[in-house]
Design a protein around this ligand. Structure first.
Ligand code: NAP
Length: 242
């Protein structure tokens, strides 16, 4: 059985990814920051479908918490390796650049980019030893085209895409793939206060995407069939930006 860690697995896209990977036969480690109730709901959903999952709370932006949680996990599972890592946890703090505070800039970079780094650096080491791994980074359309009002978020996601390509080349010889998925507008808590009626007019598909539509691509990238796809960014955006 493969062990898959999904950061931000309590809600939205992360929850759908947990369900998808569990249906592919993985034991899922559901990370979350503070919303234990939602994380338990994800766990129940996985278990109701016959899968297995456990909760592993920590703040991805806090390196000490990341390492302490993974140390605890290793103590509990001395013979197991996390071979699939999905860096999904993310936040947005939107605002025009001229009004953006240092805190808004740093919070978004800390969670969306530094979190990716702390987890990936730690887990890729064991993947290299075992000569197998899948790292899937949830980027964004904003990281590809840039979104006005999201300087911080666009910068973090663009950096994540650059890092994906760099790491793919570092570790490809060890049978580890590193890819990114770039969603457009997906119906989750993150987008619930956006004006969907007017935004969907810009989307060729005429609607927001569903978390499961992102999870399907993550599932494929995590599978053995995707062994020859490395350093790619796959958009899931209804044709909004190509
Ligand atoms: P969401 O519904 O707001 O859920 C965010 C998830 O991230 C929650 O599970 C949350 O945990 C977790 N999280 C936030 N900060 C964290 C931290 N510091 N440490 C650990 N976990 C943390 O968001 P979503 O829409 O599913 O987004 C998931 C990913 O997709 C994000 O990286 C986002 O940037 C990206 N994305 C989303 C869209 C979209 O349209 N929705 C588009 C492009 C990209 P708690 O429940 O504990 O708060």
């Amino acid at each position: 059985m493969k062990y898959a860690l999904v950061t931000g697995g309590s809600r939205g896209i992360g929850r759908a990814i947990c369900v998808k990977l569990s249906q592919m036969g993985c034991h899922v480690i559901i990370n979350y920051n503070s919303n234990r109730e939602a994380a338990l709901e994800t766990q129940q959903k996985v278990e109701a479908l016959g899968g297995s999952a456990e909760l592993l709370p920590f703040d991805v932006a806090d390196e000490e918490q990341v390492n302490a949680a993974l140390d605890r996990w290793n103590d509990k599972h001395p013979d197991e390796t996390i071979s699939i890592l999905v860096n999904n946890a993310g936040i947005r703090r939107d605002g025009l650049t001229v009004f953006m505070s240092n805190e808004e800039w740093q919070d978004v970079l800390n969670t969306n980019l530094n979190g990716f780094f702390y987890l990936t650096r730690r887990l890729v080491k064991e993947m290299m030893t075992k000569r197998y791994g899948r790292i899937i980074n949830i980027a964004s359309l904003s990281g590809l085209k840039g979104t006005p009002g999201q300087l911080n978020y666009s910068a973090a996601k663009a950096a994540m895409i650059g890092a994906t390509k760099a790491l793919a080349q570092e570790v490809g010889a060890r049978k580890i793939t590193v890819n990114a998925v770039a969603p457009g507008f997906i119906a989750t808590d993150m987008t619930k206060e956006l004006d969907e009626a007017s935004l969907k007019k810009m989307i060729p598909a005429g609607r927001f995407g569903e978390p499961e539509e992102v999870a399907a691509v993550v599932g494929f990238l995590a599978s053995d069939e995707a062994a020859y796809i490395n350093g790619e960014v796959i958009s899931v955006n209804g044709g909004l930006y190509t």
